[in-house]
Design a protein around this ligand. Structure first.
Ligand SMILES: Nc1ncnc2c1ncn2[C@@H]1O[C@H](COP(=O)(O)OP(=O)(O)OP(=O)(O)O)[C@@H](O)[C@H]1O
Length: 364
């Protein structure tokens, strides 16, 4: 849920930095001035202003339209807090996937940072904009060493990625992070289907029941975090655990009987605050895979609190392992096992999930 916040330049920054954000560097710009406006495409021109060029990609429909309202309230504070050191461009998305194109263009034009304003879906699209045809997008006319950082103002329904960093939905704290301009390198996950259809995730990708629940939850975002409960109830109807075949780090294929859900975490939380992959660390070069097997509906009732506080790894039929890659197939080729990445429906099994260590700088 969005909180009402005090948006003054004196807004205190209180969030503690997690220990995995060790190698931080402050980056300053000396070359570009960005010009943009709400709704338009990014356009960058070379300048010697010494200002950092920040592109804010805003999903006005995030959190059922509350993102737009919060953003409008935040903008005067943001401009006054950052305007001295930064050129601020505000670009509103016009629909699904638009954030991907805006981000690619901003990176090619030399932005210092592209900042997702919205929920995990918007962040997910911005992250996908950092890549093109399997490679990182680069600044078109400049040094290879120059890299655009990813930023986040979490203003979505679940905003699960931010929870791993201890960031809440207070946009003033996010503005302070951006003002400080500290960067940390973090990993990104990549998903492919038989080597094609590359798709990137930064938070959690998952398979089967949870992915189906997420698919339904996305239709009930107007109910806030309750959408996850409604989605789960709907997904339970007609749900069957499925035998699956998995292969970790290119090794031998293994059979996992009666899988309820398989979750691949680069970060820890999904589904509106469930600490599903509690050992995942976004900068450690690995993904945490948690598999729930043979769960019945009443197991969720009895163990839900454990899933929320991340103590479920000690429960029977829950396993966790750290991987660089994992391939997942169903045994009975039904083509109906859901796959989700960062809360966005991606399609159906089979899929391969891999880590790209240190693929992106994040403003932390
Ligand atoms: N202008 C737009 N109109 C409609 N949908 C949009 C628009 N811009 C982006 N979207 C889509 O809105 C979806 C949800 O956005 P977002 O993740 O920001 O909010 P949320 O779903 O409320 O939050 P969370 O994902 O954290 O629960 C994204 O998948 C994105 O594709």
């Amino acid at each position: 849920m969005l909180r009402s916040t005090c948006c003054t330049p004196l807004c205190p920054f209180t969030a503690k930095q997690p220990s995995f954000l060790r190698k931080q560097q402050r980056i300053t710009s000396d070359r570009f001035t960005f010009r943009g406006g709400g709704g338009g495409d990014a356009a960058a021109v070379v300048s010697s202003s010494g200002l950092r060029d920040l592109v804010f990609v805003v999903n006005p429909q995030g959190a059922n339209g509350r993102t737009a309202k919060e953003w409008k309230k935040l903008l005067p504070h943001l401009r006054s807090r950052l305007g001295k050191d930064c050129n601020v461009s505000e670009l509103l998305t016009s629909g699904p996937s638009h954030a991907i194109d805006i981000t690619r263009e901003a990176i090619r034009d030399g932005a210092d940072a592209v900042i997702a304003v919205g929920g995990d879906g918007t962040l997910h699209e911005v992250v996908n904009g950092f890549f093109w045809e399997g490679k990182p997008v680069g600044y078109l006319s400049g040094e290879a060493s120059r890299s655009t950082a990813l930023g986040l103002i979490p203003l979505g329904t679940g905003s699960d990625f931010a929870r791993t960093f201890g960031w809440n939905n207070d946009p003033c704290e996010a503005v302070e992070r951006i003002a400080r301009g500290m960067r940390s390198r973090i990993d990104v996950g990549v998903i492919d289907k038989e080597g094609k259809d590359l798709h990137y995730f930064i938070n959690v990708a998952d398979v089967h029941l949870s992915a189906k629940a997420g698919f339904y939850a996305s239709k009930y975002k107007k109910f806030g975090n309750l959408c996850y409960v409604i989605g789960a109830l709907q997904a339970f109807m007609g749900h069957h655990n499925q035998d699956m075949r998995i292969r970790v780090n290119g090794g031998e294929w293994e059979i996992y009987p009666q899988v309820t859900a398989l979750c691949v975490g680069n970060a820890k939380y999904f589904g509106g605050g469930m600490k599903i992959t509690p050992n995942a660390i976004p900068g450690n070069g690995n993904l945490e895979v948690v598999v729930l097997q043979n769960f019945k509906w009443y197991d969720f009732v009895l163990k839900l609190h454990k899933l929320y506080n991340g103590t479920h790894l000690s429960v029977n039929n829950v396993t966790s392992r750290s991987v660089q890659s994992i391939e997942v197939e169903e045994i009975t080729d039904s083509g109906s096992i859901y796959v989700q990445s960062d809360g966005e429906h991606l399609g159906f099994l089979p899929r391969k999930f891999q880590v790209l260590p240190g693929a992106i700088d994040i403003i932390s």
